[in-house]
Design a protein around this ligand. Structure first.
Ligand code: SF4
Length: 93
């Protein structure tokens, strides 16, 4: 499981701050709402969570595969999804 951000779409106002602060290019804006589009590239540094003025982002352990040299990983733990209502997380490209 990887430590990655999730977005509460009901709280997001589309300000783009999270996208701008993310050095790894994990996030994008789609239809005016932040989207975790490329979780593989996430460095798990939670900068996006810190800059969000809406408290729309939080870090979650998400079940996924990928490059384990990037970001924080654990084996086992609590399964995702289920705890964040309105969460938008999608891998594209
Ligand atoms: S910083 Fe917060 S409110 Fe702004 S686009 Fe990102 S998730 Fe939405």
């Amino acid at each position: 499981m990887k430590w990655t951000p999730t977005v509460n779409a009901a709280l997001c106002n589309g300000c783009n701050r999270c996208v701008e602060v993310c050095d790894s290019g994990t996030l994008t804006l789609r239809n005016g709402v932040a989207l975790v589009a490329w979780p593989d590239s996430c460095q798990s540094d939670a900068e996006c969570v810190r800059v969000c003025p809406q408290q729309a982002m939080r870090m979650e352990w998400m079940a996924m595969d990928g490059d384990r040299t990037r970001g924080k990983w654990v084996i086992g733990g609590r399964a995702w999804p289920g705890r964040v209502r309105g969460c938008r997380q999608l891998r594209v490209g």
